[in-house]
Design a protein around this ligand. Structure first.
Ligand code: SF4
Length: 213
């Protein structure tokens, strides 16, 4: 990346940064190879199967028609991007639902739990959805946006909350911290919760000197 280019921040980084800033830094700033674990491969396969099933029954539509829907309607795997003053935010949303008054930004996770990092990832998607509507379909800005976490395997919603201005501020604060780290203005902080380290692939392969697990 040239120093004049704006850094690209992936919405999924909000989750991995909260798990361990040091691990996030190794993987995404230093671009070190982090071993791929079996759960990641299975996760991709399950995602692909669900996407293919959806494609079989989905009817093509336009964003405007989708946003106009009065009955609950969904679309899947939407990639959005928004250029801000000093960074570009990108994200791929698992599922977006719409009805007369609401939009539902849904993320599927295995063994889903509403950890702060997971919520931040979904809030980052909510920012992208809001900005997309603000720029291209402002007549639908009055729809309330809900962040939803769903268990990938049971399809149960485990957390649902209206997206707020404070949620957006929280995400932008974390992105500011990431930009500081990307520009080398700060050192990454390792996680200090032993349970997280014990579950970390870098701890299991004895590749992290900071591990507290
Ligand atoms: S072992 Fe712990 S400190 Fe090291 S990268 Fe993993 S979570 Fe972070």
């Amino acid at each position: 990346m040239k120093m004049t280019e704006k850094p690209t921040i992936k919405a999924s980084w909000l989750g991995s940064h909260e798990y361990c800033e040091y691990k996030w830094y190794l993987e995404n700033v230093l671009k070190e190879d982090i071993p791929i674990v079996r759960a990641m491969i299975i996760g991709k396969e399950v995602h692909k199967i669900k996407e293919d099933e959806f494609k079989k029954v989905a009817k093509p539509t336009t964003p405007k028609e989708f946003l106009k829907s009065k009955l609950y309607t969904i679309t899947k795997e939407i990639t959005l991007e928004k250029e801000f003053n000093n960074f570009i935010l990108v994200g791929k949303i698992d599922e977006l639902g719409v009805d007369v008054d609401h939009l539902y930004v849904i993320d599927d996770k295995p063994r889903a739990k509403p950890y702060l990092g997971t919520k931040r990832q979904i809030w980052a998607y909510c920012i992208l959805v809001k900005e997309f509507i603000r720029e291209d379909y402002p007549e639908y800005l009055n729809k309330k946006i809900f962040a939803v976490l769903r268990d990938r395997d049971s399809d149960n919603e485990v957390w649902k909350e209206e997206f707020s201005k404070n949620n957006a501020i929280d995400v932008l604060n974390i992105i500011s911290r990431m930009l500081f780290l990307i520009k080398g203005k700060s050192e990454p902080i390792p996680n200090d919760i032993p349970g997280k380290c014990r579950a970390c692939v870098l701890h299991k392969q004895e590749k992290c000197s900071f591990s507290c697990g």
